[in-house]
Every structure is written in C-alpha cells, then in structure tokens.
Design a protein around this ligand. Structure first.
Ligand SMILES: *[C@@H]1O[C@H](CO)[C@@H](O)[C@H](O)[C@H]1NC(C)=O
Ligand SMILES: *[C@@H]1O[C@H](CO)[C@@H](O)[C@H](O)[C@H]1NC(C)=O
Length: 394
C-alpha cells in the first residue's frame, strides 16, 4: 500500500515534469556549445558544434538553454531547425563571426537561420558577418553569390530577440519571415551608409511583431516592411544613416495580401535618405496599405522626411505607363518635427488609378535650412489639423 502511494506520487511527479505542469518551474537544461566542441578562437569552424548543441536542446523534455560563452566562434551557414519539444533559449555572451571569404556562405541566402520553432528566445551576442568582401564583389560588377542575411527567423512563433549587436551584414541584418507574436528589443544593427542592401530589420508575412528600443545604422532601410505584415508596433527607434522606415516596396506582384495596422511611435531619424516612407511599384496589384500611424518623430536633416511614392519603377523596366494598384488608406502623421535636407519635406505621390484616402496630418513642423519647407500632393484625399509647416497640400 505504502509502496503504491510512493510509486503513484513518483509517477505523478515525473509525469508533471514531463508535461510541464508541476508547481515548481521545471529546471532548465543547459547546453554549453564548448561541450559540443565549439572553439572560442575565431578560427576553428564551430558550425557543427553549434548544430549539435541545438539538436540536444531541441529534443530536451525540459526548457533548454544553449549557452555561448565569451569568445569568438567561426560559423558558416548554420541552420537551426525545429520543431523542438520545449522552449529554447539561445544565450550568447560571445561573438559569432562569418568567414572572411564570402564564397564560404555559398548560395544558401542565409548565415544564421532559425526555422520552424515555437517559443524561442535569442538573447545577447555580437554578430560580425564580415560583409565588406561581398559588397566589394557587388560593386565591382563581377558575378557574386546571392549573399547571406545575417540572422533569419522563418516560421517561428512566440519569439523574443533581444540585446543583439550585428555589424557588417552582407544583406539584411535581421529578418522576420512568416512569424507570429514576435518581440525584437534593444538590438543594434550597424553597417556603413554606402553598403548595398544592408537593411536593418526586414519584416514579411508576419503578424504581431513589436520592435522596441533599436539603433539602426545601415546602407538600406532601417526597417523594411513587406507584404502580408499585420499588427506591427515599432517604438523608440533610432535610424540613420539608412533609407528610413519603409513600408514597401509593395505591389510588384498582382497577388499580394496587403499591409495593415502598422505603428511607429517615438523615433529619431538622423541624416537618413527617408524618414517614414510608403513605396509601391507602378504596376497592377491587389495589395493595400491601411491603418498606419507615424507619431512623435524627430527628423534631423532627413532627405525625404515624409514620403509616399507609388511610382517606383527602377530603370523604367516592366512598368512604364502603368500605375500602382496598391490602395493606401487611413495613414496618420502626427507630431513630426525637425529638419529636412531637401526643400520638399512632405511628398505624396499617390497612384492615379488608386488615390490615397483618409490621410491625416497633425502637428507637423519640418524646416529646410531653418526656413519653410514645401510639400506636394498628387492623387490624395485627407484632413489636416494643428500646426502645419509646411502648409498642408491635402
Ligand atoms: C487591425 O486592427 C484592428 C483593430 O485593432 C483589428 O480589428 C483587425 O483585426 C486588425 N487587422 C488584422 C489584419 O489583424
Ligand atoms: C517650427 O519649428 C521652428 C524651430 O524648430 C520654430 O522656430 C517655429 O516657430 C515652428 N513653427 C511652428 C509653426 O510652430
């Protein structure tokens, strides 16, 4: 009888831990990459060791932490695949470095890739993708590999990315693709102003993404927002150099799902090409942009502080004579002030076939050389209120 009770209690406790509903938090299993053969010398290839640590953590029946101690770890294309049994935390105290020779990343398109994971935390660490060789290859006009995004999340739900610094990515630093319920906070993404296509954060096909407290200095968009992105909230963003926060380019394809519910609040743009931009191809499309709020923004010497450009047609190829099918509506610009680096601080160039609707300007004060800047409007309807400098063209 007593034996039976002990057995039952034991069985119950094990079962509880297994299913994760014991009263005490189940302990975390920790997997140190050094144990799996990673070498913190910056020279010895550690990809396999990282993958082995990941695989062990991924099948753990307890929440698992992969720990990367201080030191430099050389990684080539690294694909962390799920699904995993429990929550996985990647805790990085060290630096991850890509090979000096960009050919080593081949044509995978990725450097560090997380694929198909539920409940993932990636915290801390310094990423050095050594992009300069790749940029030089592209500038030289030689034929180059496709290039690698530094850290990509594909099909990841319930994701927190925090405290990461990434420098010199070949292409985008951080990509959120087909993810739900994501928090990106306190990341610093840095590449030279003239590095080609080094976007900071790229969000695509994702729902419920919060980006907070990030410093973005890049050669392309600080944040780029692509099709099928819904409920994106960005706050406390510092951007520049870079091409600004950009919804688009959208509407290259006919079948698009649109972008809805995007907020940017409390941001500083410094010396960037754009501030807040919505950009679409001058091509037919079923896509749209609606319910967008840009507010509490300081512009320091920004070339196009506020811009909607629906006439994107690089090299006049595949779109001459066409108009954008992207419908832009319910976009509010509130409390945006500072300086423009060009005379025209507000540019609304909307589609003649799909005019912008419900655009709202409130409390805008943008100057050019300490004097009044100008604004221009095409194919747009909306309202304005409060202080407006330049005068509203709505
Ligand atoms: C956008 O936000 C509104 C209001 O919160 C919500 O009802 C709607 O479902 C959201 N759209 C999407 C695509 O999630
Ligand atoms: C706009 O800002 C400038 C300086 O930042 C200030 O001198 C000017 O009075 C402001 N204009 C309005 C209309 O508030």
């Amino acid at each position: 009888m007593a034996g039976n009770i002990v057995e039952t209690v034991f069985w119950f406790m094990s079962y509880s831990v297994l299913l994760g509903f014991s009263h005490a938090d189940p302990t975390t299993a920790t997997y140190n990459v050094l144990t799996f053969g990673a070498k913190p010398d910056g020279k010895t290839e550690s990809t396999e060791a990282f993958i082995k640590a990941w695989q062990s953590a991924c099948v753990s029946l307890m929440p698992a932490t992969i720990y990367v101690p201080k030191g430099r770890y050389l990684l080539t294309y690294t694909n962390f695949r799920g699904p995993c049994k429990r929550k996985v935390t990647f805790l990085i105290a060290g630096t991850l470095v890509a090979p000096e020779d960009y050919q080593a990343l081949g044509n995978s398109g990725f450097w560090i890739l997380f694929n198909h994971v539920q409940n993932l935390v990636v915290s801390g660490g310094y990423l050095d993708a050594k992009g300069a060789g790749f940029w030089n290859c592209r500038r030289s006009g030689k034929s180059c590999p496709v290039g690698a995004r530094s850290m990509t999340f594909n099909l990841v739900n319930n994701l927190v990315v925090s405290g990461i610094t990434s420098i010199n990515s070949q292409l985008s630093h951080l990509v959120i693709n087909t993810c739900n319920n994501v928090v990106v906070k306190n990341v610093k993404l840095i590449a030279p102003a003239d590095s080609p296509n080094t976007d900071g954060i790229h969000v695509e096909r994702s729902n419920g993404v919060t980006i907070n407290g990030c410093t973005l200095q890049t050669g392309d968009d600080c944040i780029s927002i692509a099709d099928a992105t819904y409920n994106l909230f960005m706050s406390n963003i510092k951007c520049g150099p870079g091409h600004g926060v950009s919804i688009g380019s959208l509407g290259k394809e006919m079948e698009e799902k649109g972008v809805e519910n995007v907020t940017l609040t409390n941001a500083i743009f410094s010396g960037s090409d754009n501030g807040v931009r919505i950009k679409s191809w001058a091509r037919p499309s079923k896509g749209f942009v609606r319910n967008v709020l840009f507010q509490n923004i300081l512009m320091n010497n920004v070339e196009n502080p506020i811009i909607i450009d629906q006439n994107y047609c690089p090299h006049n190829k595949d779109c001459p004579g066409q108009t954008s099918g992207i419908k832009i509506s319910q976009v509010a610009y509130m409390n945006i002030h500072g300086s423009s680096a060009t005379p025209e601080a507000v540019t609304f160039d909307c589609s003649p076939s799909n005019p912008c609707e419900g655009i709202k300007l409130q409390d805008i004060n943008l100057t050019y050389n300490n004097e009044a800047a100008t604004s221009s409007c095409k194919n747009i309807g909306g309202t304005s209120s409060g202080t407006l400098a330049p005068e509203s063209c709505l």
